[in-house]
Design a protein around this ligand. Structure first.
Ligand code: SF4
Length: 244
């Protein structure tokens, strides 16, 4: 074991080991996303673990703690202005690559970086809102201003769970998930609709929501050519239509 000085305090650490690992073992919090102790060589890709080091007899300099080996008498500063600025720069750089990454957004907030606008994957084409209003007829989505920006948001209780918005969304910002007989449609972390899924009357497959089936039933009632096959999934409906 050797002694290093971390932020003015002496620490006993393993000799010739990654400084990042030694700092963490001593309870010092250092961010990093590309380091793993099980892998042989650190590559310093994320640059988040930057610290200031001052080897005995040498001037202070910034270095990536994943790539520095511990040596006796090494002085390390982990939270100076220079270190914070370097980390902020690294976080901003990473955010350009992964602007929706939750871990990066959390780091940005920890380091006081203001993100004026949190990307949500939506390009505001309004296809979802338009199709839901014009074609589906449910008008379950609307554009709403929040903190000076427009967002697609749900109209409470209006969604019938057809999934058209998710299917038409060119950037997949609207997600549809069918799990254990329940369909959930969401944008960002906001729920547009949660619906049970009905079974196909022929094959038993869960395929559509009761609100959607009821809606279609009423909407197509006046049409003389429409047969009442709404409780068949698309595959069985095809078979039914061929036979009838
Ligand atoms: S799933 Fe809901 S919000 Fe989306 S198009 Fe259908 S009714 Fe509208």
């Amino acid at each position: 074991m050797i002694t290093i000085v971390v932020d003015g305090k002496e620490c006993r650490v393993e000799a010739n080991t990654a400084l990042l690992k030694a700092l963490r073992a001593s309870g010092v919090k250092i961010p990093s996303l590309c380091y793993h102790p099980a892998l042989k060589k650190p590559i310093g890709a994320c640059r988040l673990c930057v610290v200031e080091i001052c080897p005995p007899g040498a001037p202070a300099k910034t270095a990536l703690s994943c790539a520095v080996k511990t040596s006796d008498g090494l002085r390390v500063n982990t939270a100076t202005d220079t270190v914070c600025e370097a980390r902020k720069k690294a976080i901003l750089q990473l955010l350009t690559l992964a602007p929706q990454s939750e871990i990066l957004l959390k780091l940005a907030s920890d380091y006081g970086i203001e993100i004026p606008f949190q990307p949500d994957g939506c390009i505001r084409c309004r296809l979802c809102e338009r199709v839901c209003g014009e074609i589906v007829g449910a008008a379950a989505l609307k554009l709403e201003k929040r903190d000076g920006r427009n967002y697609i948001v749900p109209v409470e209780g209006a969604c019938i769970g057809c999934g058209t918005c998710a299917n038409i969304c060119p950037t997949r910002a609207i997600q549809i998930e069918d799990r254990e007989s329940v369909r959930t449609i969401r944008i960002r972390n906001e729920i547009i609709g949660v619906h049970p899924l009905e079974q196909c009357a022929i094959c038993g497959k869960r395929f559509a929501t009761p609100r959607f089936l009821e809606y279609i039933h009423h909407r197509t009632l006046p049409h003389p050519d429409v047969k009442d096959h709404h409780h068949y999934c698309p595959s069985c409906a095809k078979l039914y239509l061929v036979k009838s």
